[in-house]
Ligand binder design. Structure first.
Ligand code: SF4
Length: 370
């Protein structure tokens, strides 16, 4: 079974830290964009699908009727599994009761809400278009529509964010009883407004030790409130992990539709153009995105660094053997031994996992497999 990711590169306004592919001020292209998505789906008609994810950008920046048009075409173009997970990302500043009742009637059963913080001061510093009050109203509207699976995105290491304000955001988040939380450290990317402000010395960014301290605080807090960390940045209660995102970490196939969307199937990675005109042209000419075949060496490295992100289960020796017909120790034995000696990996029989220390330097650990 494959997953479907559909990218909506529209936002009302650019957040000050954002380097995602999203074009504020182009909302008037919504209809034309949806038509292009529908044409693109034809190329994959009939695929067996068990997860659908509408992300962005901000899907809910478009009119609910346009999202409904996309979702009904998804239902008629693909063969959807009975228990298909259908997620829509929503911004609390661009949705209301009508949005979610419309989405629920189209089969959406999971909403990922971009909260980031429950401090209005931090939200304004980040350039978010919503307030804490909007978050509460959005969660009420999602539940009212009968959607039972909610994920909230939170951010830590925001300039000026104290341990107390992070604690307060976590407390308010869990009080809403979401099934899932994604918690990311703020990363300043070149070209963003916050990056420039930091270059001018206008921001008090936490240092690496503070960043790790905040991460440890949130992991502990969420554990005490019944959320299992199943991936470095993702937490779920009652087993409600993101089935769609798990495809990325397990190298399962997914089809990406829309500008800048990525796909992975038949051991090839594909990428659509980010530029809207180039994307319309590609779809209009019925050209499939150019693919890059993954070599066996790259596939084995991906298996390791994507799989290790899953903190609970890590990577499995028997699964590696099943995928590649080679033993994991034959390929990566010495690297694993060295990282275990440094207490960055834990090797327990079939499974190898990151230790807490390994999680703190996970990018350096992943580089060891590339
Ligand atoms: S809502 Fe998301 S995609 Fe849009 S500008 Fe903000 S961070 Fe970027």
């Amino acid at each position: 079974m494959t997953g479907i990711y559909i990218h909506f590169p529209f936002c009302k306004q650019k957040c000050r830290y954002c380097d995602f592919v999203s074009y504020p001020g182009k909302l008037s292209e919504g209809e034309c964009y949806v038509d292009a998505l529908i044409s693109e789906m034809e190329a994959y008609r009939g695929a067996l699908v068990d997860t659908v994810y509408l992300g962005g950008g901000t899907p809910t920046a478009l009119a609910p009727s346009l999202l409904s048009k996309v979702l009904s075409r998804v239902a008629s173009s693909f063969s959807l599994a009975e228990n298909c997970e259908i997620t829509v990302e929503a911004n609390p500043g661009t949705c209301d009761k009508n949005t979610f009742s419309c989405l629920a009637s189209c089969g959406v059963n999971r909403v990922s809400l971009g909260v980031q913080s429950f401090s209005d001061f931090e939200l304004s510093l980040l350039g978010r278009i919503h307030t804490k009050k909007d978050v509460y109203e959005a969660v009420d509207a999602i539940r009212f529509a009968g959607i039972k699976n909610i994920s909230l995105d939170l951010m830590f290491s925001i300039p000026g964010q104290t341990r107390e304000s992070l604690y307060d955001s976590l407390y308010q988040a869990v009080s809403l009883l979401p099934e899932h939380l994604s918690c990311y450290s703020l990363i300043l990317c070149e070209g963003t407004a916050m990056y420039e402000a930091n270059e001018r010395g206008e921001l008090a960014l936490p240092d690496e030790d503070e960043d790790r301290d905040r991460y440890a605080l949130l992991v502990e807090f969420l554990k005490n409130h019944g959320y299992d960390r199943y991936e470095i940045s993702n937490f779920a209660r009652g087993g409600k992990i993101s089935r769609h995102n798990t495809k990325y970490w397990t190298r399962a196939p997914y089809i990406g539709l829309g500008a800048a969307a990525h796909s992975f199937y038949e051991n090839c990675r594909y990428e659509n153009p980010s530029d809207l005109l180039a994307y319309y042209k590609q779809v209009g000419n019925k050209i499939l995105p150019k693919g890059e075949k993954i070599t066996e060496k790259d596939a084995m490295a991906e298996f390791m660094f994507l799989g290790l992100r899953q903190t609970e289960i890590g990577v499995s020796r028997s699964e590696f053997l099943r995928c590649f017909g080679k033993s994991l120790d034959e390929i990566f034995g010495r690297t694993v031994q060295r990282l275990c000696a440094l207490k960055l990996l834990d090797d327990s029989g079939d499974r190898i996992r990151l230790t807490d220390r390994g999680i703190d330097v996970s990018n350096a650990v992943f580089c060891e497999f590339i």
